[in-house]
Design a protein around this ligand. Structure first.
Ligand SMILES: Cc1cc2nc3c(=O)[nH]c(=O)nc-3n(C[C@H](O)[C@H](O)[C@H](O)COP(=O)(O)OP(=O)(O)OC[C@H]3O[C@@H](n4cnc5c(N)ncnc54)[C@H](O)[C@@H]3O)c2cc1C
Length: 285
């Protein structure tokens, strides 16, 4: 017979995870659709009783997003402008009902190529905190999501937080999502961009694209092309000619591979220009 448990402390949850095989249930917005009408065959560990894992905290070195933090929690929390892309994601994941229960960590653990949170967290150099009864480890996000529906989560482990180094929480950021309609839609392609602009020059750039490869990717060629440029029309020209070798889109019902590649370049440009516009607003405020 399968078991259902809803622990109220992280230690209790980790002790249960060390005893056997469990499927973790957070907001359930990916969990239940994946389950469909199939009978449950694995133990279910419901982490919704873990109040300690909900909320956003600031340490001397990091912003720490607890694993049970919802998209709505994130929108309501005051954060630096570098988090604007992640807040835009939060407002566009599903509907308000989904945003109220779904967790940011669940979005990453589900490891869908179309997870909107992944690019926005990649441009923040996010790392994932993984705990088991015995150890705690920290993994950069690009080493946590390994492929379509595959993560580095080990037996006995759960994600307890997502950590953003304060060094990466600099500048302004913007998120652009392309779907078949404006709202409540799975992304055909999506881009997050974060720029640090000093004296009218791009001093640092981070750009990531999702839904155009099995795992969302940072675009090192675009980032290198942007660094050191003055903030003018030259930014778009640089994006148009920069390599995007990291992208390997597939064709599916939502769009062909060729369309995705074209669209990705266009929305990279829109996200970068959106970031510049936000930077102007922040500077004027
Ligand atoms: C109608 C609808 C619209 C949606 N729209 C979007 C969208 O626009 N963009 C988008 O990106 N997603 C969308 N989603 C997907 C989903 O809402 C998000 O991925 C959400 O953030 C998942 O979080 P959750 O808390 O519901 O995760 P759950 O469904 O509870 O869990 C998802 C997976 O992660 C695992 N897991 C969860 N938490 C942990 C943890 N702490 N440690 C280890 N494993 C864990 C679970 O075992 C499961 O495998 C949509 C879903 C629905 C139903």
């Amino acid at each position: 017979m399968i078991r259902y448990a809803k622990p109220t402390t992280v230690d209790e949850a980790l002790a249960l995870l060390s005893e056997g095989s469990w499927r973790i249930l957070a907001g359930g917005t990916d969990f239940y659709p994946a389950q469909g009408s199939k009978p449950f065959r694995e133990n279910v560990l419901d982490i919704n009783g873990l109040a300690a894992l909900r909320g956003i905290a600031e340490t001397g070195t990091h912003w720490v997003i607890g694993a049970r933090t919802t998209w709505t929690d994130l929108v309501r929390h005051p954060l630096p402008a570098a988090f604007d892309a992640l807040k835009q994601v939060a407002r566009e994941v599903g509907s308000v009902q989904i945003q109220n229960v779904a967790s940011i960590a669940g979005n990453l653990c589900n490891a869908s190529p179309a997870a909107d949170g992944a690019p926005a967290l990649l441009v923040l150099d996010a790392e994932v905190e993984l705990r088991s009864a015995k150890t705690t480890r920290y993994l950069p996000l690009e080493r946590f999501i390994l492929g379509n529906r595959r993560t580095d989560l080990q037996p006995g482990e759960m994600v307890t937080a997502i950590r953003i180094p304060k060094s990466a929480a600099a500048g302004t950021s913007c998120f652009v999502k392309l779907g078949a309609r404006r709202y409540l839609v799975i992304s055909i392609a999506m881009v997050a961009a974060r720029l640090v602009i000093e004296d009218g020059i791009v001093s640092d750039a981070a750009v990531a694209v999702g839904s155009c490869s099995a795992v969302a990717k940072r675009l090192s060629g675009v980032e290198a092309a942007l660094r050191g440029l003055p903030v003018d029309h030259g930014l778009v020209a640089a994006i148009q000619s920069a390599p995007m070798d990291e992208l390997s889109p597939i064709g599916d019902v939502r769009g062909s591979a060729e369309y995705r590649l074209d669209a990705a370049r266009e929305i990279v440009a829109r996200a970068v220009l959106g970031t510049v516009a936000l930077d102007d607003k922040v500077a004027a405020a």
